[in-house]
Design a protein around this ligand. Structure first.
Ligand code: PLP
Length: 391
């Protein structure tokens, strides 16, 4: 039985990138692409942002790792900034989104345990969600395609339709600990939480003594035009998870929580070798410097408006190819009438990178630092492939 040296768990496109600069990637043949995929919403402040690259290089030459056995000043700084920027009082640092969600799930169970409800361990999640690839987070995700062959499924997750408050309340039992939700379902295809839904979940959590967990791994760090997407719905969760853009491409993640939600997370209850190490925190703090700059969110909102108006106009002219446009901020999805992979391929051939998602959606996820001219360039490429398609 032969197998590739790199385990073949990904259906890869035959391109290798060698250089990144702002909104552009250059491949090994020297071809330049406009990157509206950002490694699935990860190079949030653009590729190799000079401030981020410099901070990483400086820290790499000073101290990369020392262990959470000791104080890590960069962790303290980043935690203080996350606390100041959000509803949260406390932060746990991990290395990936799935790990941040594991921390959130463990924290919810632990909260109920120390609150005198050890029987409450179940988490309600939503159809079409995505929470990661660990054993617990595939169970949280619940889709057959991520679970198949990995049984037995981790117990403790109940799934209800996204947007359905009645079904959510119906799924709450005396074993429920928490509800976990994305404000905009990322992998699922950019479904935005309907009006009143997150507010309704907050009320249900308060009524039944549950914690509300916001998975902001794709939506957070300004991607939707506010630091957390939840802010735009006027809802404060008890726990939120951040990943992807938080390190600007350097692998890091965070689980942020109120003091009440985190009250069971005492010394020895949870940990990570790499989580929040000096190098990761140099990357996160440098990214944070950029995201917290005056005018950054205004820029994201303005670029979102421009891109959205542009793709909506293209949809109006090409509605036999593009069925609808949805999303929030700089998470804009095109639901296409032909297989989304075909559009992703055509755009790539035309020099623009995008990412497919569920519900036959093509995801546009430009860097949050994208310029007007780059948006106009992207719109011209999308229009061009629509015209070539003859629609
Ligand atoms: N949660 C959401 C909403 C995501 O979009 C992702 C990744 O796509 C994850 C969790 C998992 O993150 P990671 O791949 O870093 O483990």
């Amino acid at each position: 039985m032969s197998i590739t040296a790199v385990m073949p768990t990904y259906a890869r496109t035959d391109v290798a990138f060698e250089k990144g600069e702002g909104s552009y990637l250059t491949d090994s043949t020297g071809r330049r692409y406009l990157d509206f995929g950002t490694g699935i919403a990860t190079a949030g402040i653009g590729h190799c942002h000079p401030h981020l690259a410099e901070a990483i290089a400086k820290q790499a030459a000073t101290l990369m790792h020392c262990s959470n056995l000791y104080n890590i000043p960069g962790q303290q700084k980043m935690a203080d900034r996350l606390v100041a920027a959000t509803f949260a009082d406390s932060v746990f640092f991990g290395n990936s989104g799935a790990e941040a969600n594991e921390c959130a799930i463990k924290m919810a169970r632990r909260y109920q345990h120390v609150s005198g409800h050890p029987e409450r361990y179940r988490v309600i999640t939503f159809e079409n969600c995505f929470h990661g690839r660990t054993l617990a987070t595939i169970a949280a995700t619940g889709a057959e395609k991520v679970l198949q062959g990995f049984g037995p499924k981790v117990d403790g997750f109940d799934h209800v339709p996204f947007g359905d408050l009645k079904a959510t309340e119906g799924a709450i039992s005396n074993e429920t600990a928490a509800i976990m939700v994305e404000a905009v379902q990322g992998e699922g295809g950019f479904f935005v939480a309907p009006d009143g839904f997150l507010e309704g979940l907050r009320k249900l959590c308060d009524k039944h003594g549950l914690l509300l967990i916001a998975d902001e791994i794709q939506t957070g760090m300004g991607r939707t035009g506010t630091f957390l997407a939840f802010e735009q719905f006027g809802v404060k969760p008890d726990i939120a998870t951040l990943g992807k853009s938080i390190g600007g491409g350097f692998p890091t993640a965070a689980c942020i929580a109120t003091a009440e939600a985190a009250k069971g997370m005492t010394a020895g209850t949870h940990g990570s070798t790499y989580g929040g190490n000096p190098l990761a925190m140099a990357a996160a703090n440098a990214t944070m410097d950029v995201v917290l700059e005056a005018g950054f969110m205004d820029h994201v909102q303005a670029m979102s408006k421009r891109l959205r108006a542009g793709v909506e106009a293209i949809r109006d002219r090409n509605d036999s190819l593009i069925e609808l446009v949805r999303g929030k901020g700089l998470m804009i999805g095109l639901k296409t009438r032909v297989p989304n992979g075909e559009i992703v391929n055509k755009l790539r051939d035309a020099g623009m990178l995008t990412v497919p998602a569920g519900d036959n959606v093509v995801r546009l996820l430009p860097p949050m630092t994208v310029s007007e001219a780059e948006i106009d360039e992207a719109l011209a490429i999308i229009e061009k492939i629509c015209v070539e398609d003859g629609s």
